[in-house]
Design a protein around this ligand. Sequence first.
Ligand code: VGL
Ligand code: ZN
Length: 200
Amino acid sequence: MSDHALIVIDLQIDFCPGGALAVAGGDGIVPGVNALIGTEGGAVILTQDWHPADHASFASQHAGAAPFSVTGMPYGPQTLWPDHCVQGTPGAAFHPGLATDRADLILRKGFRRAIDSYSAFFENDRTTPTGLEGYLRTRGITRLTLAGLATDYCVNFSAVDGAHLGFDVTVRTDLCRAIDLDGSLAQAMAGMAAAGVTLA
Ligand code: VGL
Ligand code: ZN
């Protein structure tokens, strides 16, 4: 039994060039991620950002608000995004080149209208669990390798939460790409390092 999981974060069409919330070079990591999926012996988990069309993280739901501005939510500040990864739309699908067949688990997140979910472990109120921790613990998994999109949002929040929960977390920064809003990438790298995440 392996104690390792590879977690591929949000490698979806909307986060790749041409998508609704495109991350520069997002599609460029697909071959490397597929190589990892093929060589890692343990669990393979894919996360999928999966929002209802009226999700509260969309700028379109806030009169006069511009995408990439910040608003106050009951749980704290929330960046407002262009509509993206709407449930069942082509943009919410995994990148067509991603080797999804080998995945043990596909974990969807961000499906509650009123709350965003960057982390694969907790929603943005930082307390509502996704269930991933229980899945990993009941499988005896203690070591995590993360890759995917975006380095400074969903990868970052997942990595830091994983480390705080006591998992041994490595982020393959060569197999991640960032949005980088107002220094968010530098902040994310410092935050992950401070949390004890190995940046490879
Ligand atoms: C993400 C912003 C909004 C991500 C998801 O996958 O990093 N970023 N939704
Ligand atoms: Zn999202």
